[in-house]
Every structure is written in C-alpha cells, then in structure tokens.
Design a protein around this ligand. Structure first.
Ligand SMILES: Cc1cc2nc3c(=O)[nH]c(=O)nc-3n(C[C@H](O)[C@H](O)[C@H](O)COP(=O)(O)OP(=O)(O)OC[C@H]3O[C@@H](n4cnc5c(N)ncnc54)[C@H](O)[C@@H]3O)c2cc1C
Length: 410
C-alpha cells in the first residue's frame, strides 16, 4: 500500500497529543506537525500558576521532551505558519510557499485571547496571557510592579491575580458582571472565589466597564472606567476570554459555528479534515448538542478520538468536560457542563466557608455538574453522577457520611 501523510496544524497540547495517539494506534507512515510557536509543544496551565510564580521549571510544561518527536519519527516544524488549506488538492500551504500534501488533516489551532476593544488596548504594559513570551513579560512585571489592574475576573485573570498577591503586589480586579465567574458557577459558588480574593487583599470591583487604558510616556498607567473613575497601575493584565483560531478553516470553506463544527468523531464538514482541542465545536453525545471546550483535559483527550477516526476506526468523544484551577491554597476540579442559568438547585457537601467542599449543580433532580474544592480522589465519582444522569436525593448528596455512589433518589 502507498505510504500516507497525516498533517496536524497547531503544535500545542492537542497537536502533540494527536501525533502521540496516531503512533500509539499503530500508524507508522508520515506525520507532519506544524506550529507557529518556537517552543516544543507545551501545556499552558503552568503559565498562570507554578511557572509564573517561579515554582516550576519550564521543561515541566512540555508535553514531551524535545527528543520525543525525532524518536517517534514526527516531522515537527516549529516557527512555521500554515497559511492555507487546499481541500480539493488535499494540501497545506505554509507561509514560505511550501506545500505539504495530506491524506488526513487534524486542525489543532486552538484559541487566542480576545482583545480589549478600547483606546490604549495595545499600549506597552498591557498584557494578555497565552504564550510563553507573554508569561515571561508578566513574570517580569510581577518582579517590579507595585500595583496591577486586572481586566476580567475569569479563571486566568484570577490565577494571575493570586500570583500577584502572593508576590505582594496590590491587585485591582475589574469585572463587568456582578461577580467574577458568575456565569460559569452561578452566584452561590462564584461568591466563594470572590470572598477568597477579597480576604487575600484584592480590590475586587464588580460591575466595572473599562473604556480606556490610560498612558504616560507611551506606557499603560491605569484605566478609565465608564463611570469616570480613574485607577492608576504599573501594568494592566487583560483576561476577557478567548476566541477560536478559525481563520484557516473558514478560508478553506469548512463549516464554522463557534469554532470548527465537527461530529462526535471530531470529523468536520470535509471527511478528510478533523479538529480537536479549543478550536473544535464538537457534538457531545451525552449532552446531545455541540460544545466547544477551552480546557486542558479536552485538548489532551480529544486527539486520541480524532486519531482513530483519521485511521478509519469507529470512535466517539463523550468524556464529561473537566477543568481545574489553583489559586492561593485552593485547588479545585470541576466536571460537567452547564450553560448560564442551566440549573435549578445547588447542593453543597462540606464546609463552604472553610473552602473544603463539594458542590453539585442540579436540574430536575439530576446532577449536571460537580466540583471538588480542596477534597481529592472524588472526581471519578462526581463524573459518574454526571454521566449516569439519574435522579438524586439532595439530602443524601449534601450528607458527607453518605457515599457518593449511594445518593440515588428512592
Ligand atoms: C495561561 C493559561 C492557563 C490555563 N490554565 C488552565 C487550567 O488551569 N485548567 C484547564 O483546564 N485549562 C487551562 N487552560 C486552557 C488550556 O491551556 C487550553 O484549553 C489548551 O491549551 C488548548 O490546547 P489546544 O492545543 O487546543 O490549543 P492551543 O493551546 O491554543 O494551541 C494551538 C496552537 O496552534 C498554533 N497555531 C494556530 N494557528 C496556526 C497556524 N495557522 N499555523 C501554525 N500554528 C498555528 C498556535 O500558535 C498554538 O501554538 C489555560 C490556558 C491558558 C492560556
């Protein structure tokens, strides 16, 4: 049989895991892994946590050691941008004009930070965090700044805020909504995070709308809010979400719908093109709808399904969505998926004030999502509750003495 080539665009977590999964599945032909960053594929969570805080070496973030790619005969092209996809001719054109033919293509182009659309948004001293160089800049800022304004109280913003406070820097967090994380967690549990940051001395200001980044000598010197308030700062860190990198896919005429729309096997509207990770809006059989998940676990696990589908095998991605965060001394895992307002009850087991608890979001008596905060080795059981979707007894769920596999409603 003629030798084939599988091309992967995006050499980060999903891309590297895709290459790994193809080799593990026994694919021994050519794999070309194309990435526009210059570092070997790495995981991003440490960039807002341990690596940012100087508690972890950069190498620990690498998905594989540098030599792994050569050892597994993967043609890793770093610092290389894929400029176009020719679906009829089944080839990818690189920025230097080189063409790479493919038999199957995996898009793992991820997402990019949303920019703050206000005057001054691109001034020096305004930081966005996605890549290693961004992290290095923020790390340097945390060594010298005395006051930093954070625009956006999402996961990344709050993690960097925690790093700033632990470095003894004054931190002001500006959140447009009533509560940071309110849309993801709902007010009951989002409040736990808001209280924690306030207890650590963060000046948290909900309902704040930034209209301008102020400047002094060409550098960001603070922000102006819609109500006229001016807040001075040595630097501004913006974390207002991310947008999927769909440019290539869109230009190639693939179906786009909040990312590259793919089926449960991660196959796009073109049977030779697949997508995984942050860029993929995949049909999730458990939820019965398409979802795009911007989390580490999804980028880590989806590629194995894409790889099997690329090899013509039956494969479906139906894992319960999962993510984690670490802020100060709080470690948390969350499993499940709920759209804002998509629950009618929150059940807590444990000590909310002491930040050692489990929380469950219920709709119609069924667990739609669950979270463990500073309690470990329960995640599998929480996922099981979400997965099975049976009705539960809220009193048993709240009772720490009732095992989680015995909370079914009678
Ligand atoms: C600072 C930070 C902290 C995070 N912390 C957590 C956490 O605690 N928990 C959690 O669950 N998730 C976390 N995440 C989210 C997680 O890192 C992402 O979900 C994951 O990185 C997605 O991986 P990916 O490979 O799909 O995409 P990405 O990591 O975005 O990688 C896509 C790659 O493709 C490249 N690329 C794009 N277009 C092209 C092109 N045309 N040619 C060549 N290359 C291209 C990009 O430059 C990039 O290298 C964090 C993210 C960040 C930024």
């Amino acid at each position: 049989m003629a030798s084939t080539t599988f091309v992967i665009i995006g050499a980060s977590l999903a891309g590297a895991k895709g290459a790994e999964a193809l080799r593990e599945a026994g694919y021994s032909d050519r794999i070309v892994l194309i990435g526009d960053e210059t570092e070997v594929p790495y995981e991003r969570p440490p960039l807002s946590k341990q690596y940012l805080q100087g508690k972890q070496e950069l190498e620990k973030a690498f998905v594989h050691p540098a030599e792994w790619y050569g050892d597994h005969d993967i043609d890793l092209r770093l610092g290389t941008t894929a400029a176009a996809i020719d679906r009829d001719g089944r080839s990818v054109t690189l920025a230097d004009g080189t063409r790479v033919a493919y038999d199957a293509l995996l898009l793992a182009t991820g997402s990019s930070p949303r920019r703050l659309p206000v005057p001054g948004g691109n001034l020096e001293g305004v930081h966005y965090l996605r890549r290693i160089p961004d992290c290095e800049q923020i790390k340097a800022t945390l060594r010298t700044a005395s006051r930093v304004v954070f625009v956006g109280g999402g996961w990344i913003g709050l993690e960097v805020t925690a790093a700033a406070r632990e470095a003894g820097i004054e931190a002001v967090v500006l959140e447009a909504d009533e509560l940071p994380l309110g849309r993801v967690l709902g007010p009951e549990i989002a409040r736990v995070f808001a209280d924690m940051h306030r207890q650590h001395g963060v000046d948290l200001r909900p309902g704040s709308h930034v209209t301008e980044i102020l400047s002094e000598g060409g550098r960001a010197s603070g922000v102006l809010l819609a109500d006229g308030t001016r807040i001075g700062a040595d630097a501004v860190v913006v974390g207002i979400g991310a947008a999927p990198n769909i440019g290539l896919a869109e230009a190639a005429g693939l179906t786009i719908d909040n990312g590259v729309r793919v089926d449960a096997s991660l196959r796009s509207s073109d049977p030779h093109v697949f997508a995984a990770g942050d860029v993929a809006n995949a049909f999730h059989p458990l939820l019965g709808k398409h979802i795009r998940v911007e989390h580490w676990d999804n980028a880590r696990k989806q590629p194995a399904v894409a790889a099997r589908a690329m090899l013509g095998e039956e494969a479906v991605y139906d894992r319960v969505p999962y993510f984690f965060t670490d802020q100060y001394d709080l470690g948390m895992e969350y499993s499940g998926y709920i759209e804002p307002g998509g629950y009618d009850d929150v059940v807590v087991r444990g000590d909310l004030e002491g930040r050692e608890f489990l929380a469950f979001w219920l709709a119609d008596g069924r667990v739609k999502a669950g979270m463990n905060v500073n309690i470990w080795d329960v995640n599998k059981q929480i996922q099981q509750l979400v997965q099975t979707g049976g009705r539960v007894d809220a009193a048993k769920l709240a009772d720490a003495d009732t095992p989680l596999d015995q909370v079914a409603a009678s």
